[in-house]
Ligand binder design. Structure first.
Ligand code: CU
Length: 161
């Protein structure tokens, strides 16, 4: 008996599909164990996924603050973010943007100000975009770098102290 190439293709599409679903579920669940690009977890035993509902978690202990902030891209009622103002401690700051699967446009997260200008990856609905920067105290702007989105309302203020 032989397995046709089209069958194999079907199977791998199914596998990819369920992988995507589990990624989306993981993203929606608020768990924070999907650091794909971050190398900032240097403290080793930091709180990994204790308080999934808190939107800002700082890993206390050790030197140098590291803050992860989670926000959502919103499309209903105009493009925007779930929060227009964020605060963080000086040090390593990660913003994780969830582009919810109910959205229809690609989005990304970026931070600029005081000589910093860094963009996260542009991601489709159902995925997350992350940017990690080292920030000194001051005011920064976070925004979506996709063409036209910043002007349409996808921007906010990040205050670092
Ligand atoms: Cu956008």
């Amino acid at each position: 008996m032989a397995v046709s190439p089209t069958q194999i293709r079907r199977w791998s599409m199914l596998a990819a599909g369920s992988l995507l679903v589990s990624l989306v579920l993981a993203a929606c669940g608020g768990g924070s164990n999907d650091n794909t690009t971050s190398s900032s977890a240097s403290s080793g035993g930091g709180a990994t996924q204790s308080q999934s509902q808190s939107r800002s978690m700082s890993s206390g202990g050790g030197g140098g603050g590291a803050t992860t902030l989670a926000i959502d891209a919103t499309e209903s009622g105009g493009l925007g973010f779930s929060q227009r103002a964020l605060t963080a401690r000086a040090g390593t700051v990660t913003i994780r943007l969830t582009n919810g699967s109910g959205n229809s446009l690609p989005h990304a997260i970026a931070v600029e100000g005081n000589g910093v200008d860094k963009d996260g990856a542009t991601v489709q609905p159902g995925d997350t975009s992350t940017v990690t920067v080292r920030l000194k105290p001051g005011r920064y702007t976070f925004y979506c770098p996709v063409d036209g989105h910043r002007d349409a309302g996808m921007k906010g203020t990040l205050t670092v102290s």
